[in-house]
Each structure stands twice: as structure tokens, then as C-alpha cells.
Write a protein that binds this ligand. Structure first.
Ligand SMILES: [Zn+2]
Length: 375
């Protein structure tokens, strides 16, 4: 029996694929292990986690933050969806983004002539940013009961890079369906886990603290079909999948997904060699007692603390661009802004999901001599 019901079909039987381990700071309130599992009924692959909705609410409110530009690089989102916007909407269509984060998409919509744009987000800072830009916004969780005045109101609803984080994605999709007009269009983007073998990035960490649903084209269709939505368009950008659905109101069929389990198993196989290399490199740093800063405080670092000697290395502190983390501590060590390197030279071990080249440039500007990438 699974700890968590299948988020796509509600099934309780699943097959274990792999156990994920991380050393997690206690104030995160999330479990240190979870199983990657495939639903016996519909094939959906998901994190069979014991964490509750309250645990995740706490985590997102206190430990991570999407309300500013330091975390979420969504600058291309408008360009990625422009063709779909032109195909499905008018300039005066009523548009809503759920989980607006830093609000860049709303600003881009407005700049491109869309006149009726709303954004919602659980974060008050995110809402304040939108209001400041003259965009209608209010604070809401995707799980909140839909207000009467929001029922059947929108021509278009967007949910970008959110569904993979939701403990109950079905509830979120159900709410979105309620807010759409009949024949309204829902545009959703997720990483497509049936394609992750193609991403050779060394630190792309697909099985982290936050991603707990491993969607594919088929499983997304099955989930949306339950709430009366039928797919009308698809776009792909690397592993990013964007799909558009029309609200028909009639429940559609479930398609069993077998491709994702295969892809995920292959991915874990491919990763093994790299994991061994990283383990050996960290063991060398430990043996040499090299003074170092660890760039990154996210899931990848936490998994390295659980599975390598990183915790026994001579670490002076962490570096992170995410402002909510700077000034805090992790595992008893301080978290500095990267500019701290200007004052304190030392080797830097880069363990960040962000583009390595971008970090390299940032480090070079600060004239730090040594920099080790976990590539
Ligand atoms: Zn299922």
C-alpha cells in the first residue's frame, strides 16, 4: 500500500522504483527519504512521500521563495507561449495565472497588449509586486475553495511549473476547471519525465525536495480528462512540456503511461557513473582538507550530504543567490551571498541547479582562484 494515493487516478497500489535520500535541515519539516513509485493502475510515477499538505505549506512559506527574480528563471515563458496565446485568446480575454511567482508573465502579457490579466499566488510579496505593476492580483492557494465571483469567469488559465510540486494536483486542476468558462483554455507546463534521459546536465536534479509528480504527456492528459478537459495543443522545449486543454465539461478516458517508468529507470542507471565520480571527487577534497565554500543550498547539496563525504569536508560556509536563504544557517554553517567571495577567497564547490556557465561568470568576476564544478 502506498503512503500517498496516486495523484492522477487515486490508486493505492504502487511499485517502488528507487529510494531518494537527503540530509534535510530540521526546520524544513520534510522527511529525509521518499520512494519514487509507479502506480499499478495508471502507470503514473510519483514521490510516495509521507509529508502532508501542512508540511509543504510550511516549507514553501518559510524555506523557499518564488516571489522575486533570484529563484525562478521564467523570462522565456511569454515567448514560449506566444503562439498559443494568439491562437486561443483575444487581447481582451480574461486571463488568470495561478502561482504567479515573480509576476514576469503577467507583466509580459500586459506589455503585449492583453488588457484583462489577473495573477494569484500564496505569497503576499508576489501579490504586492503584481499590484505595483498595475495588475489585478490576490493572495490565494491553488487549493482554496473558488470564490463565487471567480466561477466560470476566465477565458484562459495558466499553471506554469507548479503541478509537479503539488501534493494534490487534482484539486488544483479541479479548481482551475471551475474558474474557466465552458470552452475556455487551460495552459499548463511541467517537466516531462518520460524525456529526462535526454537531459545530460550534471546537476539537473529531477528527484528533489520539491518535485513530487513526474508527469508525461499521457499522465497529464489522464489527470486533465478527469476534470472535463481535452488536449488541443502541445509544445516542447527540451524536457519542458507545454500543453493546452479546452474545457469541454465531459470526463475523458484514462491512458496508461508506461514510458515514464522506463525513462526514470534508465535515468537512474545513467546517473550512477556520475554519482560515483562526484563521490570520489568529494572524498579527495575531504582527504586534502581543502577549505571550501559550497555554492547552493538546495536539494542537490542535501542529497550530497546524505550520500557522500561532503559533511566531513572543510566547509567555511554556503553561497546562495536566493535572498531568503542568505544570513541563515544550514547544518550549522552560515549561508552567504555570493559577493562574500570578494572578501574571502577559497575554493568553491558548485552544486547548483542553475546554469553552471552563469555561476562561473559570477565567480570569475569576483576573482576567486579555484572553482570545482560537480560535472
Ligand atoms: Zn494512478
Amino acid at each position: 500500500m502506498s503512503k500517498r494515493n496516486c495523484p492522477v487516478c487515486g490508486g493505492r497500489q504502487s511499485k517502488a522504483i528507487k529510494q531518494i535520500r537527503m540530509k534535510i535541515p530540521s526546520d524544513y519539516r520534510l522527511p529525509e527519504t521518499y520512494g519514487v513509485a509507479a502506480c499499478e493502475n495508471c502507470g503514473f510515477v510519483y514521490a510516495d512521500t509521507s509529508a502532508s499538505k501542512e508540511d509543504y505549506d510550511w516549507y514553501y512559506a518559510h524555506c523557499n521563495f518564488y516571489g522575486d527574480d533570484s529563484k525562478d528563471d521564467n523570462s522565456e515563458r511569454y515567448e514560449m507561449t506566444e503562439e498559443l496565446l494568439e491562437r486561443f485568446f483575444q487581447k481582451d480575454s480574461k486571463l488568470l495565472e495561478l502561482g504567479a511567482g515573480n509576476g514576469r508573465f503577467e507583466v509580459a502579457l500586459k506589455r503585449n497588449g492583453y488588457t484583462d490579466v489577473t495573477g494569484t499566488d500564496p505569497s503576499a510579496e508576489s501579490v504586492a509586486r503584481l499590484l505595483n505593476e498595475g495588475i489585478r492580483a490576490y493572495a490565494a492557494s491553488i487549493y482554496d475553495e473558488v470564490h463565487k465571483e471567480e466561477m466560470g469567469k476566465y477565458d484562459g488559465i495558466f499553471l506554469f511549473e507548479v503541478a509537479e510540486h503539488l501534493l494534490f494536483p487534482g484539486k488544483g486542476v479541479e479548481n482551475a476547471a471551475k474558474m474557466l468558462k465552458k470552452d475556455g483554455v487551460f495552459i499548463i507546463s511541467v517537466p516531462d519525465y518520460s524525456q529526462i534521459g535526454a537531459d545530460k546536465s550534471p546537476v539537473a536534479n529531477y528527484f528533489n525536495l520539491e518535485h513530487i509528480n513526474y508527469f508525461s504527456e499521457k499522465s497529464l492528459n489522464s489527470l486533465l480528462a478527469r476534470f472535463g478537459m481535452e488536449r488541443v495543443a502541445q509544445k516542447r522545449y527540451g524536457v519542458d512540456l507545454v500543453q493546452a486543454y479546452r474545457k469541454t465539461g465531459s470526463v475523458g478516458p484514462m491512458e496508461k503511461d508506461t514510458a515514464t517508468e522506463t525513462a526514470v529507470c534508465e535515468y537512474f542507471g545513467q546517473k550512477r557513473e556520475q554519482e560515483e565520480r562526484v563521490k570520489a571527487l568529494i572524498a579527495e577534497l575531504r582527504a586534502a582538507k581543502t577549505e571550501l565554500f559550497v555554492w547552493g543550498t538546495g536539494s542537490y547539496v542535501m542529497s550530497l550530504f546524505a550520500t557522500t563525504d561532503l559533511g566531513q569536508c572543510n566547509i567555511k560556509g554556503f553561497l546562495d543567490n536566493n535572498k531568503i536563504k542568505q544570513g541563515r544557517e544550514m547544518f550549522g554553517l552560515p549561508i552567504y551571498p555570493p559577493s562574500y567571495l570578494k572578501e574571502e577567497g577559497a575554493a568553491v564547490l558548485v552544486c547548483s541547479m542553475l546554469n553552471g556557465e552563469c555561476i562561473k561568470e559570477q565567480i570569475e568576476k569576483m576573482h576567486s582562484e579555484v572553482c570545482v564544478f560537480l560535472a
